[in-house]
Design a protein around this ligand. Structure first.
Ligand code: 5GP
Length: 183
């Protein structure tokens, strides 16, 4: 593996997460919210964001995987991972979302396929409101017209790791968000 290059430093992340928490706190003033983390990439972001949301907040987690074969890590790095859009639920939420303010917490918005499916699944629970908080957004890769309601950073079409994001399950524990060079 070649050297990783820092794209967004831990200090930048920390500052932006504080701002995002303040935005959510303001938008939902006085109301309870459920933060639904998308496993596993959002775990670190959710943990930090939640501590900057000054509301009555509960957590839940949802798991998804794509049908079809995920490419090898090398292939994924080279051309991204364009799932077929058929997303399989591997873990559903544990609590009722009916009439609740639900905020889906995601690591990165890429093609938009995963969140489009997740939105559909969660809307079937009839929440009072449904918002998306994504730390990163790669709008140049979008295949479906999906927008995050709270977006940390817009980034170019690079494969990134760290702060929860993996490359073949590694690097999730890096404190900075780094680019994996495509060689
Ligand atoms: P989408 O369905 O929007 O194409 O894909 C979103 C998912 O693809 C993310 O939750 C993440 O798991 C994965 N993904 C997309 N881009 C990257 C990236 O640059 N780095 C990593 N580690 N995962 C990514």
């Amino acid at each position: 593996m070649t050297e990783l290059k820092v794209l967004i430093s831990r200090a930048q992340i920390a500052r932006r997460v504080v701002e995002m928490g303040a935005e959510i706190t303001r938008d939902f003033a006085g109301q309870p919210v459920i933060l639904v983390g998308v496993l596993k990439g959002s775990a670190i972001f959710l943990a930090d964001l939640a501590r900057h949301i000054a509301l009555d907040a509960t957590f839940d987690f949802i798991g998804v995987s794509s049908y079809g074969n995920r490419p090898s890590p090398t292939q994924e790095l080279k051309s991204g991972w364009d799932s077929t859009g058929e997303v399989k639920l591997t873990k559903d939420v544990d609590q009722s979302m009916r009439d609740k303010n639900v905020i889906v917490v995601e690591d990165i918005l890429d093609t938009g396929l995963t969140l489009t499916v997740l939105k559909k699944i969660l809307l079937a629970h009839q929440p009072r409101s449904l918002k998306i908080a994504a730390l990163l957004d790669k709008p140049s890769r979008r295949k479906l017209p999906l927008k995050g309601d709270y977006v940390g950073f817009t980034i170019p079409d690079e494969f990134v790791v760290g702060y929860g994001l993996d490359y073949a399950e590694r690097y999730r524990n890096l404190a900075d968000i780094c680019i994996v060079p495509r060689e």
